[in-house]
Design a protein around this ligand. Structure first.
Ligand code: ADP
Ligand code: ZN
Ligand code: ZN
Length: 816
C-alpha cells in the first residue's frame, strides 16, 4: 500500500493522506500537483508533501483523482519555506500554499471558466474533450467545474481544463483583473531588403515620380542612421511636412515596416541594452563594502540617504549575479508605484527582467513561475512585491529588498500574515543566497540587527552629484494662527515658498497625511458628526461625489446639511483632506496647474502611471498627495516639498507612530531637490518642538534611533520583544468580550507575563462586528518554537469552546 501526504489550500492544520498505486508512488515526488476529492463533492488541487507506506490511524484514505503535471511544480526549498512561514506566522501550510501559487495552479471545484477573448496566434490542436468544453462555452459564457463534469460525463476534469488554460483558450473568471497596458508608440524602419545601400539607391531611383514618398524615405533613412535603429513615427512626421499620406503608401507597399511598441519597454528590435552608469566614488565605496560584508554575513543593510543612488549600486550587484548565471529577486513595497523603476531595470537588463504581480493575468504569472523553474534567462531577475518570495527559485544568488522599512511588505489579510522582507531573509538562507536591504530610513528592527552585527551595515551618506539634502524648516501653525498669517490651511511662509518655486519654473509637492484628520462633517449646533451605521467611525466627506463615505466598509450616503442628531441644518465640513487643499490652493493661485494623487484619483485604470508621467513631463506644477508620494519616486524638477500638517501623524495611537512619522516625513522630504540645486522642505505643525520633527529637519536618523530604542526598551516593545496580536470579532459585543477575556486569562495562565488587553481598538466596530485586541509580548530569546507551540494549543483550545464557536479569531505575528 502506498500513500501520499498532501497540502490542501485550506486552513486545516493536519496533512491529509490519500492512497496511490505503486506506479503513481514511484512517479510522484514532493512538490507534484495532484487533484484530490475532499468531503462530499469537492475537488482540490493539492501538493504532494511526502510519499510513504504508513496508513493513517483514524480515517479511511481516498484515492487521488489524477496527477496534474509531469514534473513537480514546487521545489523542496519552497516546501521548507512554506513550513517555516506556517510555523512562524501561526497559520496552516495550506494557507501558505494558497498565497504562494498563482490562481491558475489552484484549480478546484469552485473554479469558474470562460472563453479567452483574444485568440492565440497559433492554435494548438485540441482533443475531443477540449472541443466539447469550448463549444459549451460558446453557448454559455461561463462554466462551473461541475458543469464541465456533466458535459464530459466524468469526474476527472482538472487535467482538461489545465490543458485549455495552457493553450490559452480559456481563462479563469476570478482572475479577470485589469492589466496595465503601457502606452503604445509606432516605430518605423525600412524593410530589411532595402537596408543595403545599393538596394536603397535602386529604390530611390524607381521613385522619381513619387517625390513626396521619396523625401519621406530619405528622411527615415537619415534618422535611422543617426539613431542606429527604428524611428518613432511622430519624429518622422515632424521632419517632413505632410508626410502622413506618403508614409501610409510606403507602409502599404511593404517598403517601410511599422511596429507598435510599449514606450516603457525595451524595444524588440534593438537587442543590446544600456550599460549601467559608472558609479560615483561614494557609490563605488559602498558597493565594495557590501561585497566585503557578504564574505562574512548573509544579510547587509545599505543605509543610503534619499537620492544617493542606491538603485545604481543594486544594478552593479545584479549584473555580477546575472553574469554568474544566478537568479536575483528584487523586492519592492508596492509594484503599482514603480513603473519608473521597472523601466530603469529593463533598460539595463532587457528581457531578462520578469515582472511578477498579483494583478497581472494568470498567464503572465504562470509564465514567470515556469521560467524560474526552468531557469530560463527571461526571468533571471524577478521584480515584484512581497508575493515574489513564493516563486520557485532554483539558483538564487541575491535578494534585494528596496525600501525595506515600508509597511506594505507585511501582509495584513488573509493569512499567511507574513512580512515579505523577513520571509525573504529566510528564503535566502535556505537558498544560501545573500540579502541586501536598502533604505534611507531603515526599520528599527533592521537597524538594530545591523548595529548589533547580525547584519552587515554600509552607509551612503551623500546624495548623487553631491547635491545637499534639502533645507528643512518647521512652520509653527499656532503662531501663524495667532498672528493671522494663515489663508485657509496655508501659512504665509508656505505660500511664499510655493510662489517662489513656481517662479523658478520648478515643481512643488504638497503632502497631507491620509490618516488622522479625515475631512468629516460636524454639526455647528450640537457638535455631533454623522456616523457609519455599520462601524464606529465618522463618515468622511467627499466633495467631488457629494457624498459621505465610510472608509472601513464603503457605506455611502448623499451629503446633507441636516444633522441626524438634533435636526438643525448646520452640518459643516471640519478637518481637511487633499481635495480641500487642492481647491483652496487653486483659488489662491489661479494660474497654477494643480493635480492630486490619493486613493480617489488613482483608482482608475492607469491613473497612477498617468499622474506620475504628467508630473515628470512638467504638465503639472503642483502635486498634492498622500502617503503614495513618499515611495521612491524620482522626480527631477521638484524644488519644494510642503507638509500641510505633521502633528496628526505623530499623534497616532501606535507604538510605531514616531518611527513611522520620521520615515514618512524624511521620505517625502527626500523628493525635493534631487538634482543640482538644493531643495527646500517646509513642515507645518502645531507642535514644532516635537523631538521627531526636530530630528527630521536635521536628518538625524541616529538620534531618532537612539531615542526610540530607549522608549521601546522601557515599554518592552519590538525589537526587544516580539508581538503576537489576537483580534476577536463578533456581532454580539458580550460574546466577543467574553471570548477575548477568556483568551487573555488563558494566555496569562500559560505565560505569567507579557499579556496586554483585551482592549477595544480606536475603531471598535467594523462591518457590524465588534472588535477587541489581546497582545502577547514574546521575549526575543524565548525558544520561539516552544512558545508558538503553546500559543497554537491555546488557539485550538479556544476554537473548541462552544460559546466562542462563532467568534472570529485572527492571529497576527509581528503585527504592523
Ligand atoms: P535613491 O534610490 O537612493 O533615492 P536613486 O537610485 O533613485 O536614489 O538615484 C537618484 C538619481 O540619481 C536618479 O535619477 C539616478 O538616475 C541618478 N544617479 C544615481 N547614481 C548615478 C550614477 N552613478 N550616474 C548617473 N546618475 C546617477
Ligand atoms: Zn446637531
Ligand atoms: Zn462603515
Amino acid at each position: 500500500m502506498y500513500f501520499i501526504d498532501v497540502i490542501l489550500p485550506i486552513p486545516i492544520k493536519q496533512a491529509f493522506t490519500y492512497s496511490v498505486n505503486a506506479h503513481e508512488a514511484h512517479f510522484l515526488k514532493p512538490g507534484h500537483r495532484v487533484a484530490v476529492p475532499f468531503g462530499k463533492s469537492k475537488i482540490y488541487t493539492a501538493i504532494v508533501y511526502k510519499v510513504h507506506q504508513t496508513p493513517p490511524q483514524t480515517y479511511e484514505t481516498k484515492e487521488i483523482d489524477q496527477i496534474l503535471d509531469e514534473y513537480p511544480l514546487v521545489t523542496q526549498t519552497q516546501l521548507k519555506h512554506w513550513q517555516w512561514i506556517a510555523d512562524y506566522y501561526l497559520c496552516s501550510i495550506g494557507e501558505v500554499m494558497r498565497a504562494a501559487l498563482p490562481g491558475a495552479f489552484l484549480l478546484e471545484s469552485e473554479t469558474i471558466i470562460r472563453l479567452q477573448t483574444e485568440r492565440p496566434a497559433s492554435e494548438a490542436a485540441l482533443s475531443e474533450q477540449e472541443e466539447m468544453i469550448l463549444e459549451a462555452l460558446e453557448n454559455r459564457q461561463q462554466l462551473h467545474l461541475n458543469d464541465v463534469r456533466s458535459i464530459l460525463d466524468r469526474k476527472q476534469v482538472l487535467g482538461v481544463i489545465q490543458a485549455l488554460l495552457e493553450k490559452n483558450r480559456i481563462a479563469l473568471v476570478e482572475t479577470l483583473y485589469e492589466q496595465y497596458i503601457p502606452k503604445m508608440v509606432s516605430y518605423l524602419q525600412l524593410a530589411p531588403q532595402y537596408k543595403e545601400e545599393s538596394a536603397l539607391t535602386a529604390l530611390l531611383d524607381e521613385m522619381q515620380r513619387a517625390p513626396k514618398q521619396r523625401e519621406v524615405l530619405m528622411q527615415l533613412f537619415m534618422l535611422s542612421a543617426r539613431q542606429s535603429g527604428a524611428v518613432k513615427r511622430p519624429e518622422l512626421l515632424a521632419e517632413v511636412a505632410g508626410a502622413a499620406a506618403p508614409l501610409r503608401s510606403l507602409i502599404d507597399k511593404g517598403i517601410v515596416l511599422e511596429e507598435k511598441r510599449q514606450t516603457d519597454r525595451k524595444a524588440q528590435w534593438e537587442s543590446d541594452t544600456a550599460d549601467s552608469k559608472g558609479l560615483s566614488e561614494a557609490q563605488e565605496r559602498a558597493y565594495k563594502q557590501i561585497r566585503q560584508q557578504f564574505t562574512e554575513k548573509s544579510v547587509c543593510l545599505l543605509h543610503g540617504v534619499t537620492s544617493s543612488g542606491k538603485t545604481e549600486v543594486y544594478v552593479k550587484l545584479i549584473e555580477e549575479q546575472l553574469a554568474h548565471g544566478k537568479q536575483v529577486l528584487y523586492m519592492l513595497p508596492e509594484i503599482a508605484l514603480t513603473t519608473q523603476l521597472i523601466s530603469r531595470l529593463q533598460e539595463y537588463f532587457g528581457d531578462r527582467v520578469g515582472v511578477y504581480h498579483s494583478r497581472y493575468s494568470v498567464h503572465e504569472r504562470v509564465e514567470v513561475w515556469n521560467q524560474l523553474l526552468r531557469q530560463d534567462q527571461r526571468a533571471q531577475l524577478v521584480v515584484g512585491a512581497r508575493s515574489t518570495v513564493f516563486l520557485p527559485f532554483q539558483d538564487l544568488g541575491l535578494v534585494i529588498v528596496d525600501e525595506e522599512h515600508e509597511h506594505s511588505f507585511k501582509q495584513y489579510n488573509p493569512a499567511p500574515r507574513y512580512h515579505g522582507r523577513d520571509a525573504a531573509v529566510v528564503l535566502a538562507s535556505l537558498c544560501k543566497a545573500k540579502v541586501l536591504l536598502g533604505s534611507a530610513t531603515p526599520a528599527l528592527e533592521t537597524y538594530q540587527n545591523a548595529v548589533s552585527g547580525k547584519y552587515g551595515l554600509v552607509s551612503l551618506k551623500e546624495r548623487y552629484g553631491k547635491v545637499l539634502l534639502p533645507d528643512t524648516q518647521l512652520v509653527d501653525l499656532r503662531d501663524k494662527n495667532r498672528k493671522k498669517r494663515m489663508q485657509g490651511h496655508f501659512s504665509d511662509s508656505l505660500l511664499e515658498a510655493i510662489r517662489e518655486t513656481l517662479a523658478e519654473k520648478k515643481q512643488v509637492i504638497l503632502f497631507k497625511n491620509r490618516r488622522g484628520f479625515a475631512p468629516i462633517m460636524e454639526c455647528m449646533t450640537c457638535g455631533s458628526a454623522p456616523q457609519c451605521p455599520n462601524c464606529d467611525v465618522s463618515l468622511t466627506f467627499h466633495k467631488a461625489k457629494g457624498q459621505l463615505r465610510c472608509h472601513y466598509c464603503g457605506y455611502a450616503s448623499p451629503l446633507t446639511k441636516q444633522c441626524g442628531a438634533c435636526g438643525s441644518m448646520t452640518l459643516d465640513p471640519k478637518g481637511f483632506g487633499t481635495e480641500q487643499i487642492q481647491t483652496e490652493l487653486q483659488e489662491l493661485l489661479l494660474e497654477a496647474r494643480i493635480a492630486r494623487m490619493d486613493q480617489d484619483t488613482t483608482r482608475g485604470k492607469h491613473a497612477h502611471a498617468k499622474l506620475i508621467h504628467g508630473f515628470e513631463q512638467g504638465e503639472i506644477d503642483i502635486l498634492v498627495g498622500t502617503q503614495m508620494l513618499a515611495k521612491g519616486l524620482d522626480f527631477r524638477a521638484v524644488g519644494l516639498v510642503g507638509v500641510m500638517q505633521a502633528d496628526s501623524l505623530l499623534n497616532f495611537p501606535d507604538f510605531r507612530a514616531h518611527e513611522r512619522s520620521f520615515q514618512l516625513l524624511s521620505q517625502v522630504a527626500g523628493r525635493a531637490g534631487r538634482t543640482k540645486d538644493r531643495g527646500k522642505v517646509l513642515i507645518q505643525a502645531f507642535n514644532p518642538e516635537h523631538l521627531i520633527l526636530q530630528q527630521v529637519t536635521t536628518h538625524d536618523y541616529d538620534g531618532m534611533f537612539k531615542d526610540e530604542m530607549e522608549q521601546r526598551r522601557q515599554y518592552g516593545y519590538p525589537p526587544f520583544n516580539r508581538l503576537i496580536r489576537f483580534t476577536f470579532k463578533h456581532r454580539n459585543f458580550e460574546t466577543m468580550q467574553n471570548g477575548s477575556r477568556w483568551f487573555a486569562k488563558a494566555l496569562e495562565a500559560q505565560f505569567n507575563e507579557g499579556v496586554l488587553g483585551p482592549e477595544i481598538p480606536p475603531v471598535g466596530r467594523i462591518r457590524n462586528e465588534y472588535l477587541s485586541h489581546v497582545l502577547l509580548k514574546v521575549p526575543v530569546n524565548a525558544g520561539i518554537k516552544a512558545y508558538k507551540g503553546k500559543v497554537g494549543m491555546l488557539v485550538r483550545n479556544f476554537e473548541a469552546q462552544k460559546p466562542f464557536a462563532r467568534i472570529k479569531l485572527v492571529v497576527d505575528v509581528d503585527p504592523y
